[in-house]
Ligand binder design. Structure first.
Ligand code: PLP
Length: 383
């Protein structure tokens, strides 16, 4: 079986498993305890937090450990909107955010907040003109993803950050898919809050962090003990935090650049094979090199997502119809709907392939062989 669904989740790196195994054996103390066991656990947590902070040019005290990007997004959106209710009621986002952003925003609309969902073009990007038109004196929060998980489009994060420098609105970005592939500097990019998750970068599931600028005050989403400088209650998961830090330490600037180039190469390799075989297809999005290069979403006209995905699975290739979160449901992709309209045939005839560090050019060739064989067979059947 060949795994090509790395935007859903990634296998853990050996070094991560080694760190976690060691910490499971020797680090059971509660980091809040004042005795030796607690202090040891606290030391591991501090060292890990420093690595996470350094990865985005932040300070360790501005990193709040969470159970993953879902919790980070919920906290950043719900709690900061509530904390700023007296300053304004308007929030700006995009039409193609992850459900862990969309659903808290829908709940805030029920509480009386007004949300603008910026449209995207056929490349999956918003326009700065639309952004400018939406921004007003009532805007208190802007939440725009760094890059999209279904089509890989990169949002104009630098331009938004620069525009908001002298505006009251706080800028949150869900960087879950970009973190570990792209260079992120919260200072240079004027990002006030950032969400991410370990399991997308060869770390463990169930751990992530929320970066927040020290100026930002909000009530914890999870209330209880005074962990995480009173911003997130619950005993810290030292084993997972240490595993997360190990995964991050493997992703040097050089490694990130290598991966971006490698994944862009995989895209070109696969598309060249489809071209050679005369397969009818269109990329949903574009091949801009600053996109999230691990994600490739392709429309095969006349071929149903379900048939293609099932046949690929039977042939040993794991890919995804859309995002993993919506794969189990029959809901059409809100991302492709926003890009191409609700009536577009692309919505039921597209699949997402997402590359990871373990993938090789030989695997991509084998995948192209299977794709071409299956598509030609399905076409022949339909005729
Ligand atoms: N945001 C984006 C863009 C994602 O791709 C994911 C992945 O599922 C999430 C948020 C949720 O992350 P987690 O599974 O850590 O809660």
């Amino acid at each position: 079986h060949i795994y090509l669904d790395n935007a859903a989740t990634t296998p853990m790196a050996d070094a991560v498993i080694d760190t976690m195994t060691a910490r499971m054996k020797d680090m059971f103390g509660n980091a809040s305890s004042t005795h030796w066991f607690g202090r040891e656990a606290h030391t591991v947590m501090d060292k890990s937090r420093q690595i996470l902070a350094d990865s985005i040019n932040a300070k360790p005290n501005d990193i709040v450990m969470t159970s993953g990007a879902t919790e980070s997004n919920n906290t950043a959106i719900t709690e900061t909107a509530r904390a700023r209710r007296d300053l304004g009621k308007h929030i700006i986002t995009t039409a193609i955010e992850h459900p862990s952003v969309m659903k808290p925003l829908a709940a805030l609309e029920d509480e009386g907040f007004r949300v603008t969902y910026l449209p995207v073009d056929e490349t999956g990007r918003i326009s700065m003109d639309d952004f400018e038109a939406a921004l007003d004196d009532d805007t208190i929060l802007v939440t725009i993803m760094f890059g999209n998980n279904e089509v890989g489009s990169r949002m104009p994060i630098e331009a938004i950050g620069a525009r908001l420098k002298d505006h009251q609105a706080w800028f949150h970005t869900d960087a879950t898919q970009a973190y570990g592939l792209q260079d992120i500097d919260v200072e240079a990019m004027n990002i006030d809050m950032l969400s991410t998750s370990a399991h997308k970068i060869n770390g463990p599931k169930g751990i992530g962090f929320l970066y927040r600028d020290p100026k930002i005050l909000f009530k914890p989403l999870l209330k209880g003990g005074e962990q995480e400088l009173k911003r997130r209650a619950g005993t810290e998961n030292i084993v997972e935090i240490a595993g997360f830090a190990t995964a991050v330490s493997l992703l040097t600037a050089e490694e990130k650049a290598t991966r971006q180039a490698k994944y862009l190469g995989f895209k070109k390799q696969l598309l060249a094979r489809l071209d050679d075989a005369g397969i009818d297809y269109k990329v949903n999005g574009d091949l801009a090199p600053d996109n999230l290069n691990h994600v490739l979403n392709i429309w095969y006209p006349g071929i149903s997502t379900y048939a293609l995905q099932t046949n690929l699975d039977l042939s040993g290739f794991a890919i995804s119809g859309g995002s993993a979160c919506t794969a189990g449901s029959l809901e059409p992709s809100h991302v492709l709907t926003a890009m191409f309209g609700a009536d577009s045939p692309r919505i039921g005839e597209s699949i997402r392939t997402s590359f990871g560090s373990e993938n090789t050019p030989e695997q991509i060739d084998a995948y192209a062989d299977a794709l071409i064989r299956i598509i030609n067979r399905l076409k022949a059947k339909a005729n």
